[in-house]
Write a new protein. Structure first.
Ligand code: ADP
Ligand code: MG
Lengths: 279, 247
């Protein structure tokens, strides 16, 4: 379980994270969704103690992150946004380094390495340098590494950014499987469909603040489940409806080009922020 | 032993490019030996204080240079790339290891490189300089120097933010030290004001300590204390900087 209380980070004039309050239950996949610059990475970096918070506190499985640093580090696995493997080491050596850093005894370390290489389907590339891997393979190796020491809580910062659709689905399956084995997962993403596909609950972040928090279904219900898009001279107008009938009735009165469809998290985002993700 | 994984990683780098390193470590003393020792060296005989041969003067200087260049540069480059380009430094920050052991791991990696290079240079010197005698005091001086330069590498490596910084560190710190610290030219033969200034470089007491332990002058407490003093200073700067990362 992760408990976040008034967590904040100030960079000069920029309030990267402005007093975040959030409780993530044990065993859930929670998604932080938001555009670039929303403060997602800063939040994760604070929770994993790579960046010191300028205010507030956070507890991971009951340990306060700044005071019980040693225990927190054993409890968490981290897959950061950027590749941070040692590219001059082989896949196997990267995992071995991590096992050594976590003081895993030799026999257990070797067993775990083999298990994880199989798990992320890199066993046949174990002795290749990480620097020669594709983006998706590097990402999978980073996930394997984060799991080496059997953490109970996993942080994934944009785990599928820049990957092709097949690889992305592979990683989704991996995340679901780890969660199925009891792991609590906090992931960030700016892909709406990723949050929709994976997360039990989603927090929408914008400019350092949490502006919505619920299950994907509830969030969609709140803005209205049916959307009518009216296209006119390159501009699109959105209207949200709770039922199909009202939507049809409204659309029938329009002379413009219209589209009727089910709402997705992107609509929730546009409604809440007045901007599109990625703007 | 929390520091060991960092050294283990360094051993893998060394293993992967073993022959390259061996050639590198052998090449630079050979260049100095041919250019200065056998080349200009004959002429420099005149300016040797106390009438020792230039080769005898050069031998400890070259060991000092090997210790310095490899100790400092290997850590600087490793920290530079792992922190700023590959971010693999984070792997250590995320591990349950406190900042002291993180500092120690990097320092020992530099120490190891420093000692390896010095061993190769000594091997070359044995073949080139007749009558070279190694004392226990000399061995101790070499080890102290290697620690000192490993820890200096950590300080500079932590301070770098860009390629420009790297170039600056080279131009203003490393290169002047290489040539002015009594390694190739006796401090006594530098222009007057420089003779005092070069004692601000950590390489100067190290070179002089190596030289004195290689000759019958033996162990010099002042020089040893200066070397140890630099080490302590570098330790505090490096360790506190690591502690403050992430603010
Ligand atoms: N090290 C830093 N120094 C200064 N500003 C930063 C730093 N890291 C992030 N920021 C700023 O904090 C804000 C949030 O960034 P970030 O957490 O990376 O957002 P996200 O991951 O949601 O895209 C941005 O405005 C960013 O420019
Ligand atoms: Mg980010």
């Amino acid at each position: 379980m992760i408990e976040i209380k008034q967590l904040a980070k100030q960079y000069g004039n920029i309030q990267a994270v402005a007093g975040l309050d959030l409780i993530i239950d044990a065993g859930e996949i929670f998604g932080l969704l938001g555009p670039n610059g929303a403060g997602k990475t800063t939040t994760i970096r604070m929770l994993t103690m790579l960046t010191r918070p300028s205010g507030g506190s956070a507890f991971i499985n009951g340990c306060e992150i700044t005071r019980d640093l040693g225990r927190v580090k054993k409890e968490i696995g981290v897959v950061p946004q950027h590749i941070n493997l040692d590219l001059e080491l082989t896949a196997r050596e990267n995992l071995e380094l991590h096992g050594r850093l976590h003081k895993m005894p030799g026999a257990e370390r070797r067993r775990r390495i083999q298990e994880l290489l199989d798990y992320v389907e890199l066993a046949d590339r174990a002795h290749d340098l990480a620097g020669k891997f594709s983006g998706g393979m590097k990402r999978r190796l980073m996930i394997a590494r984060a799991l080496m020491h059997r953490p109970g809580v996993l942080f994934l910062d944009e785990p599928t950014a820049g990957l092709d659709p097949q690889t992305r689905r592979k990683i989704w399956d991996l995340i679901r499987r780890m969660n199925g084995e009891g792991m609590t997962v906090l992931l960030t993403t700016h892909y709406i469909e990723e949050a929709d596909a994976l997360c039990r609950r989603v927090g929408i972040m914008d400019r350092g603040r949490l502006i919505a928090l619920d299950t994907p279904a509830e969030l969609k219900k709140k803005v209205g489940e049916i959307v009518v898009e009216a296209h006119k001279q390159g501009e699109t107008e959105y209207r949200f409806f709770t039922g199909r009938e009202q939507a049809l009735e409204y659309a029938g009165n329009l002379t413009k080009n219209v589209t009727i469809r089910e709402a997705d998290l992107e609509d929730v985002f546009v409604e809440l922020t007045g901007r599109k993700v990625g703007d | 032993m929390s520091w060991y994984p960092i050294v283990w990683e360094e051993l893998i780098y060394l293993r992967n490019k073993f022959w390259l390193h061996l050639v590198m470590y052998t090449l630079s003393p050979l260049i100095f030996l041919f250019a200065f020792g056998f080349g200009v060296g004959q002429r420099l005989q005149l300016m040797m204080p106390g009438g020792i041969s230039y080769l005898d003067f050069l031998a400890p200087g070259m060991v000092a240079l090997a210790l310095f260049n490899n100790g400092v540069n290997s850590v600087i480059i490793r920290m530079f790339y792992t922190r700023l380009f590959y971010n693999s430094f984070e792997a250590y920050q995320l591990a349950p290891m406190n900042s002291f052991f993180l500092w120690l791991g990097y320092t020992l990696s530099g120490t190891l490189r420093s000692l390896l290079a010095a061993a190769v240079v000594l091997g070359v010197m044995f073949l080139a300089v007749p009558g070279l005698v190694l004392t226990r005091a000399f061995g101790l001086a070499v080890v102290m120097a290697a620690f000192c330069f490993g820890s200096l590498g950590v300080c500079v490596g932590l301070w770098l933010r860009s390629f420009d910084d790297h170039a600056l560190a080279n131009e203003f710190i490393l290169v002047p030290m290489t040539f002015l610290s009594g390694t190739l030219i006796p401090v006594e033969r530098l222009p007057g004001f420089l003779q005092q200034c070069v004692w601000l470089f950590p390489l100067t007491p190290v070179t002089e300590l190596l030289r004195s332990t290689m000759t019958e002058r033996g162990w010099d407490v002042t020089l040893a204390a200066l070397t140890a003093g630099w080490f302590v200073l570098f330790f505090f700067i490096g360790w506190l900087t690591i502690k403050r990362l992430g603010n």
